[in-house]
Design a protein around this ligand. Sequence first.
Ligand code: FAD
Length: 476
Amino acid sequence: MTGEIARRTFMLSGAGAVAMGAAGPAVEPAPGDAARSAGSAGGKAMEVYEEPAQEVPIEPEADVVVSGGGPAGVAAAVTAARLGAKTRLIEVNGCLGGVWTAGLLSWILDASNKGGIMAEILAELDRRGALAHYERKCYDPEAMKLLLDQMCLDAGVTVHLHTRAVAAARGGQNRLALAITESKSGRRAFGGRVFVDATGDGDLATLAGCGFDVGREGSGETQPLSMIGLLAGIRREAVAPFVCNLPEAGGHGAAKDRLLAEMRRAGLDPSYARPTMFCIRDGLFCLMANHEYGVPATDADAISQATLRGRAEVHALVAGLRALGEPWAGVQVVATAEHIGVREGRRIHGRYTVTAQDLIDGKRHDDAVCRTTFSVDVHSTSPAKTKGIMHEKVRAKPYDIPYRALIARDVDGLLTAGRCISGDFLAHSSYRVTGNAVAMGEAAGAAAALAASGNRMPHELDWAAVRDAIQSVSRA
Ligand SMILES: Cc1cc2nc3c(=O)[nH]c(=O)nc-3n(C[C@H](O)[C@H](O)[C@H](O)COP(=O)(O)OP(=O)(O)OC[C@H]3O[C@@H](n4cnc5c(N)ncnc54)[C@H](O)[C@@H]3O)c2cc1C
């Protein structure tokens, strides 16, 4: 299949990609013909530009192509490369880490029962002095950036930053063959034997033709986005009662209540009613106090507006605290997230769907990728309901994520990892956190490497072989 693809020209047009014979002519639009009316939407006339087909250069084929370099994607790429697969990692941001770094998250959940890459990352952050002394879930996002770069380079992953997957092409037998990207180098196609979609929003799988779900069943409502900020200029001892991970606060709930009261004393009412501050290290703090409601993860204009609003709110809240005087007199925003945090996008249909009932039952699977211990955690879908966390009826027991939930149902040669795997709304609100995303990435990377080397599809693999492969390269 691979050689066949290399000899063909892929002509891209409009919404998708079609493979043409080598003789297929490139179509030039006639001047003035490019723009035309495309009927109306809601009575409003729409113009469309009919994009001309173009020839896209195909880069040398990899065994494994991972799209999205967040917690799941880095784990997938590193694992695949350590197993000897020639691996490419495509990431649209200028750093690896996704919500960990570009999103400034600074807090890792559901990691304590995870081994492998997750344990390795925590141990290495600790060795570098980049984990908070007070609670070992809190890390320095800049140190995380460097560590993830180094892990990928050491493993031999070819990293393509500033590169977005924008189209996909299938070869024979319903198998994904190319991920087409846009970057400063123009449009390029990356061939691979097996692909992993770790874009969080399931971009590559959707472009390849996979079905997906978004939001709560029935209503489609989604959790809010959040702009996170890093703060400096305050002393740990002085602000300790407001900081969740400091022992003086006496617990997360009490710290959040006090911080909210301080913001209200400053005349401000944050869009997230449970404002949260963590101490990363003396002099550096993380603030999460923003909710952007009703923003679809795949609407660029809506995300853009949410980013502008979120950043403005973080600065306004911090200016309000500063105006109160001590202990806030010197507080400054030293950074806001380059990418606003997106909790949920598309959930790609897989060969198994993790459901709320699985959480209630504490479901076990023979092909368990990891055990999730995090609870159902739905941030409000509407400020009219609450500006905090929604009270859902489901009580989760520890449950397994099966390997089948990572295998795309509708397209072969494609795995998913992280928050875009196959699950329902409530299950996603639990398994989405990054300790699980890393374990899923690790499994997807190992499976991709095994499938590529054995010339098989991911769904044809024996889970025990994937599990053994993960253990064979584990450094934890
Ligand atoms: C505000 C907020 C608070 C959270 N709190 C916590 C917490 O306290 N602890 C915790 O562990 N988790 C938390 N989560 C994490 C979380 O819920 C996610 O589920 C987690 O980020 C999943 O990791 P991921 O790798 O699947 O996705 P992401 O971190 O979103 O990574 C996806 C990556 O893919 C890249 N990408 C996207 N599209 C493309 C494309 N087309 N081409 C190339 N690259 C692309 C992105 O730039 C990104 O780097 C929080 C999330 C948010 C938003």
